[in-house]
Design a protein around this ligand. Structure first.
Ligand code: CA
Length: 374
């Protein structure tokens, strides 16, 4: 950038060169001085990116997160990074989002990493695992427990770099037209439940069915499905499941805190000036914070609506959960197999869970159980 223009720009931003330098040199990360030589800012250069999303356009919370991210990046960068959203199916089908960012057709993707366990089984753990950690624990693993570093390592060979971009919190167990009182009630149960949890249900004698979102309602109504999982009260209400299913079961053992993701093409990301890279990270963290807050706020409102419609709320009996836990553990072990990367990530995930659970048990768990009685 020409000196004159740089002076003009910094003046516009209200920063003298001295104050800018002072501000930068006083920045500290992990007690280390910021490496000023790594700061490379070019206020003149603009970038146009494409985002391929797994989520349909305006899909509550998930799709809204995409739009917020794009908007915040645009505003923070002074329009120097302009991202165009391609919602589900607009550029590629949802299941091709990973490939299309990998090959550079899109620069950034939006999804949840458990959709990519066919690429690398390790990816599953960065989203969630049946009977795994809740949103708060998972976030702690990601940010302060080495989870995010591992995630970057796992995506590196694909030329991708991931970012945390929201968590659904613990989901609901799903909608049922059959009562689940014993483990035997899972036998022959036709349920829409994807992924590892679906495999666990099959081990229990059920039939895990992969039904597209748009067809679940009709299949429940016609008895093609006995049950379905979806998300939580907000999304489930909008799908109208309370009209075609009798019982709403808790808890969502299969998704105790689903972490969402953005992932950038590494080459595209590395070609950005350093401030735009930081802006992407900052905007993603802001989406992470907004998403869980929005899920919780809306779920509270919509749970009441669902109960007002006459839905019967049920809790899975303990022995059913115990059996599903056993089958989930088996399914997870089969998924990991001999894959050393998946094993490494699973070791980190479960050792972190083991360490944090006693703390959660004497604080959050006791607290929630106590206030229920008041
Ligand atoms: Ca779900």
């Amino acid at each position: 950038m020409k000196r004159k223009k740089f002076l003009k720009t910094t003046a516009k931003l209200g920063l003298g060169i001295t104050t800018l330098a002072t501000a930068l040199s006083s920045c500290k990360v992990e007690k280390k001085e910021v490496d000023l030589s790594a700061i490379n800012i070019n206020f003149n250069k603009t970038f146009k990116w494409r985002m391929a999303s797994f989520w349909p356009k305006n899909f509550p919370v998930f799709g809204e997160g995409d739009l917020f991210f794009i908007d915040w990046v645009k505003k923070m960068s002074g329009n120097r990074l302009d991202i165009k959203l391609y919602a589900k199916g607009e550029l590629v089908p949802a299941m091709e989002v990973f490939d299309t960012v990998q090959d550079g057709t899109a620069d950034i993707g939006s999804a949840a990493s458990y959709y990519w366990l066919g690429k690398t089984p390790a990816a599953a753990f960065f989203a969630t695992a049946p009977f795994g950690m809740n949103a708060q624990q998972h976030h702690s693993w990601m940010v302060a427990g080495g989870g995010y570093e591992l995630w970057k390592e796992v995506y590196e060979p694909f030329g991708l770099i991931p970012f945390i971009s929201g968590n659904s919190g613990v989901q609901m167990g799903g909608w049922f037209n059959k009562e689940i009182n014993t483990v035997d009630d899972l036998k022959g149960l036709k349920m829409r439940i994807p992924g590892i949890a679906g495999k666990a249900l099959e081990k229990a004698g059920g039939a895990a069915m992969n039904v597209p979102g748009g067809e679940i309602y009709t299949n429940l109504e016609r008895g093609v499905l006995d049950a379905t999982e979806w998300v939580g009260p907000y999304h489930d209400y909008k799908m109208g499941f309370y009209k075609v299913a009798k019982y709403y079961y808790t808890p969502g053992w299969h998704e105790p805190g689903t972490q969402l993701e953005f992932f950038a093409n590494k080459k595209a990301y590395e070609s950005l000036p350093s401030d735009l890279q930081e802006i992407i990270q900052g905007a993603a963290v802001r989406v992470q914070s907004w998403t869980l807050a929005e899920f919780d706020a809306k779920n509270g409102i919509y749970l009441k609506k669902i109960l007002d419609e006459g839905t019967e709320l049920r809790r899975f009996p303990d022995d059913v959960l115990k059996a599903l836990k056993k089958y989930s553990d088996e399914a997870i072990q089969e998924m990991i197999g001999n894959d050393p990367v998946a094993k490494k990530v699973a070791d980190s995930y479960y050792s972190f869970k083991k360490r944090i659970n006693p703390w959660t048990d004497i604080t959050e768990k006791v607290y929630y159980n106590s206030i229920q009685e008041m």
